[in-house]
Design a protein around this ligand. Structure first.
Ligand SMILES: Nc1ncnc2c1ncn2[C@@H]1O[C@H](COP(=O)(O)OP(=O)(O)OP(=O)(O)O)[C@@H](O)[C@H]1O
Length: 268
């Protein structure tokens, strides 16, 4: 059985059809990169996987069961910005992920349970290379360090699925390379299944094992919200290809077919 699967999945906001006819199955350990024009519904898709947006039609299954319509410890998420709490230290931020979860089950944690949570938080913080910054606040961290913190927070509950919404979009190219190495290491070590939105096709090729392009196949100029985007390309990505060249060739192919994504602007 696939980890995640969808059949004729749709998402509407009122009369606005954002996504339609999504069909896929994803196995554990895949790294799916998602590209598509701004506003085509990529974040909405991640929110359905996270459980903060309900599906409108069709099926979306996790382990063969309808995906719960609330976030759970099996799914972690990192957004481009503002994922961390500004008034909490690095340790406080990562502990918060545990506290939010435990509070739902047991109320506040004490004693041995809390000590275990602190040990767990320290381990996650070390994993992302922030062990030296345990008691710093987010405003004292660089952009890259803040995203490392957001990743540690997302991994605190040991999720199987990690959802990344343009997590490196605001970072400088050099820092991005470091973050690519980090996310690749965590993906491999923790056997995560990752869905990552990016506007950078080179990044999509460099990190993913599979690339999805979201686009509309039907348009009505009189009613722009009548049709939603779907997955128009589902491309397996080789691990040993020249990512930059492959990304450029694919970008040209998209341009020839009139698929508008931001990615072409950066590549062509
Ligand atoms: N909660 C909401 N209620 C109503 N409409 C929404 C809601 N969230 C998103 N939308 C609309 O759904 C469409 C898809 O938005 P979404 O953020 O999923 O796109 P996106 O592909 O992630 O865009 P970007 O690449 O710019 O982040 C947009 O038209 C947006 O305005």
């Amino acid at each position: 059985m696939s980890l995640l699967s969808a059949k004729r999945l749709e998402k509407h906001y009122g009369h606005h059809i954002v996504l339609e006819n999504l069909n896929f199955s994803v196995e554990q350990g895949e790294f799916v990169t998602l590209v598509g024009a701004s506003g085509c519904g990529k974040t909405t898709f991640l929110k359905m996987l996270l459980g903060t947006q309900a599906i409108s039609k069709g099926t979306l299954l996790l382990d063969g069961q309808p995906i719960p319509n609330e976030p759970g410890p099996d799914r972690g998420v990192v957004f481009q910005k503002y994922s961390v709490f500004p008034h909490l230290t690095v340790l406080g931020n990562v502990m918060m992920a545990d506290e939010l979860h435990s509070a739902k089950l047991l109320g506040k944690t004490f004693g041995a349970t809390r000590r275990r949570a602190i040990e767990n938080a320290n381990a996650r913080i070390d994993e992302v290379g922030l062990g030296h910054a345990l008691h710093k606040y987010p405003h004292e961290l660089s952009g890259g360090m803040q995203q490392r913190l957001a990743i540690a927070q997302a991994l605190m509950m040991r999720p199987r699925i990690l959802l990344l919404d343009e997590p490196f979009g605001a970072l400088d190219p050099g820092i991005r390379q470091d973050m690519h190495a980090l996310i690749t290491r965590l993906w491999q070590e923790q056997q995560l299944t990752i869905f990552m939105i990016t506007h950078d096709l080179k990044e999509a090729f460099a990190l993913g094992t599979r690339l999805w392009v979201f686009d509309k196949t039907r348009h009505d100029p009189q009613a722009p919200n009548a049709y939603g985007a779907t997955i128009t390309y589902d491309l397996p990505l080789g691990q040993h290809t020249d990512e930059a060249l492959s990304a450029q060739a694919f970008s040209q192919q998209l341009a020839e077919r009139g698929v508008a994504t931001h990615t072409q602007e950066t590549l062509l």
